[in-house]
Design a protein around this ligand. Structure first.
Ligand code: NAP
Length: 241
C-alpha cells in the first residue's frame, strides 16, 4: 500500500485531504503542531477506510522535527510516495505594522516547511523512481492581497519552489504540482470579519465559498495515475474568484 503524508492534517483542508486519500486506499500519516485531539479525530476517520494511519507532532519549520517525522513514518509504514505540503498559517497585518517575527513565522512554516518536508521525502521517491509532491499554495500567492504581504510572499515562493522541483526531478518519475485555493471555509477564514467575507463572496463567480472537499478532490486527482503527465503546474481552485 502506498504511503501519503499530509502535513497539517489535523484540521481544515488537510484533514479532508487525509480522509480522501485514505478512501482512495493510501496509508496515511499526518502531522500537526499543537492540536492532538484534532489529529486523533482525523486518524480515526482515516482508519474507517481500513488503511493504516498515524499522527505525529512535528513543526514543519523545524529541521529536526521533520527528519524525525520522516524516519518514524518510514519505519512504521514505509517510504512516502505522496507528500502533501499543506501546513500553513497566517499572521495578517499591513506592511508598515508587520513585525519581523510575524514575517519570519509565516515564511518559515509555509515556505521553509515545504522545503524541509520535500527534501526529506525526495530521496526515497528517487529510489522508487516515482513520487507525487502536492503543495498547497493560495490564489493570493498569484495575485497578491493587501494585509498579507508575508503570507502572499510565502505562497508565491511555494509556486517557484514547486516549478523548480518539477524540473529537477521530472527525470526521476516524480511530479510536483501546486494547488491554489481561493476562499475555503475553515478555521483560517472563519476568523475574518463578516464585511471582509462578504466582499470576497462578491468576487466569486460561482457565488459560494469553497469547501475543503473542493481542494481534496483535486489533490486526490494529482496523486493518482490519471495525473501522471502533469507536473510543474498551479491548479487554481477558486470558484472563478
Ligand atoms: P487551518 O484550518 O488553520 O489548519 C492548519 C493546519 O496546519 C492545522 O492542521 C495545524 O495544526 C497545521 N499547522 C500549523 N502550523 C504548523 C506547523 N508549524 N507544523 C505542522 N503543522 C502546522 O488551515 P486551512 O484553512 O485548512 O489551510 C490549509 C492550507 O491551505 C494552508 O497552507 C493554507 O495557507 C492554505 N489555504 C487555505 C485557504 C482557505 O481559504 N482556508 C485558502 C488558500 C490556501 P494544529 O491543528 O496542530 O494547529
Amino acid at each position: 500500500m502506498s504511503v501519503a503524508l499530509v502535513t497539517g492534517g489535523s484540521r481544515g483542508i488537510g484533514r479532508v485531504i487525509a480522509e480522501k486519500l485514505a478512501h482512495a486506499g493510501y496509508d496515511i500519516a499526518i502531522c500537526y503542531s499543537g492540536n492532538e485531539s484534532a489529529a486523533q479525530e482525523t486518524i480515526a476517520e482515516c482508519k474507517k477506510y481500513g488503511v493504516q494511519a498515524m499522527y505525529i507532532k512535528a513543526d514543519v519549520s523545524n529541521a529536526d522535527d521533520v527528519a524525525n517525522m520522516y524516519e518514524e513514518i518510514k519505519s512504521l509504514m514505509g517510504p512516502i510516495e505522496v507528500l502533501v505540503n499543506n501546513a500553513g498559517i497566517t499572521k495578517d497585518g499591513l506592511l508598515l505594522r508587520m513585525s519581523e517575527a510575524d514575517f519570519e513565522a509565516v515564511v518559515d512554516i509555509n515556505l521553509k516547511g515545504t522545503f524541509l518536508c520535500t527534501k526529506a521525502a525526495i530521496k526515497d521517491m528517487m529510489k522508487a523512481r516515482t513520487g507525487r509532491i502536492i503543495n498547497i499554495t493560495s490564489i493570493v500567492g498569484v495575485v497578491g492581497n493587501p494585509g498579507q504581504a508575508n503570507y502572499c510572499a510565502s505562497k508565491a515562493g511555494i509556486i517557484g519552489f514547486t516549478k523548480s522541483v518539477a524540473k529537477e526531478y521530472g527525470g526521476k518519475g516524480i511530479t510536483a504540482n501546486a494547488v491554489a485555493p481561493g476562499f475555503i471555509q475553515t478555521a483560517m477564514t472563519d476568523q475574518l470579519p463578516d464585511n471582509v467575507k462578504e466582499a470576497y463572496l462578491k468576487q466569486i463567480a460561482l457565488g459560494r465559498f469553497g469547501t475543503p472537499e473542493d481542494i481534496a478532490n483535486v489533490v486526490e486527482f494529482l496523486a493518482s495515475d490519471k495525473a501522471s503527465y502533469i507536473t510543474g503546474q498551479v491548479i487554481e481552485v477558486t470558484g472563478g474568484m
